[in-house]
Design a binder for this molecule. Sequence first.
Ligand code: AMP
Length: 114
Amino acid sequence: MTDKTLFERIIDREIPADIVYEDEQCIAFRDVNPQAPMHILVCPKKPLAMVSVAGAEDASLLGQLMLRAAQIADEQGYKDAFRLVINNGAAVGQTVFHIHVHLLGGRSFTWPPG
Ligand code: AMP
């Protein structure tokens, strides 16, 4: 048995993923069930369950996720046309309790979101 989250297991290479970016703090891989032509998950390597449990000590790390998402969007050809989504809590659709930024692009998006 393991109490690692799915994304910790991807970080530790215990299960495969289509990784598009990695550095000491972050990893990004394609969502297995893409909701747009570009659907990438940008995660911290630190196992934080959700944004609402992050602390002041995580401010730089959370900022890094935004910057890396923008960099990856640029690399993927969506420099000024992407949406970032973070689900925080099961009530709003979070299913994997390891912070991840959904980086979406390549189609039109409605507002407000569903
Ligand atoms: P959330 O609902 O915000 O917690 O998002 C979790 C996301 O993880 C969903 O969009 C899933 O499609 C995605 N997902 C689940 N399993 C995998 C996997 N093995 N590799 C990549 N993405 C996954």
